[in-house]
Design a binder for this molecule. Sequence first.
Ligand code: SF4
Ligand code: SF4
Length: 309
Amino acid sequence: MRDTLFSGPEPDPARDAGHLDAPPRVGFFTDTSVCIGCKACEVACKEWNALPEDGMALTGMSYDNTGGLGASTWRHVAFVEQPVPAGRTELPLVERDTGGGATERTGADASGMRWLMSSDVCKHCTHAACLDVCPTGSLFRTEFGSVVVQEDICNGCGVCVPACPYGVIEQRPTDGRAFKCTLCYDRLGAGQEPACAKACPTESIQFGPLDELRERAALRVDQLHEAGVTEARLYGHDPDNGVGGDGAFFLLLDEPEVYGLPPDPVVTTRDLGAMWRHAGTAALSLVAGAALSFALPALTRTTRTKGRR
Ligand code: SF4
Ligand code: SF4
């Protein structure tokens, strides 16, 4: 049972949106433990969707020259380059000879640095605030459960941008229209998987029915924990989280903040229902007050007239 229209568990957002013959909900499981940072997903997304380039300037802070998700970058491979925090087990695990015939399993990089890679994307939230606030119907829920913005209907008002708890959707500076990942809606309709998942050489980006992906992800976490990578955890998989669960969820090797992800996102329209109720009550009070201000003097006059008789 859902908490309100805008929050709480929602098992089937596509049917709730009116797609009565909706197929099983699909999405992404991105396993960052096998991402090699090749950016093939970024390139495939740009090519398939004919996205404009966003400059080739290096940030000077990282080998990542894209920087983040944006109107022209619908897939972004985040590079986290930093000294290995004390006590962390790093991937890839390798057998190292420690002498006397003994071996140990350890991280491969002896430089003291670690490289975490993670391909980020729109989360296709179960409760999508971007969709809730769109005044033109440009954003809509598809039969696959994903959230799509239609560039020919967007009027550039920009209200979806601050509504997204993940900072995903962005207006294009040239004309103000908002853009983000469509989960390759055109490819799904043709029975094909999204271009980014198709291009990923390590299967870090896995596409499919969400229920299957969640089972696969839980097995992968168990596998990593058994191998000693105890920091492995899932992010965005839980239907009870603040956005009702993400259609794109992740296996991370550290806290979400390390990857630039909010630790506990909440749908920004969660309290809209309560706000409308309060606004309605306030409006009724104003109307009642105005009516009384006319009625009371009239009543007073009537009472005085009767008293004089
Ligand atoms: S991540 Fe942001 S843009 Fe994507 S569906 Fe959720 S609210 Fe909308
Ligand atoms: S699903 Fe399609 S639009 Fe979304 S990031 Fe992947 S390639 Fe780009």
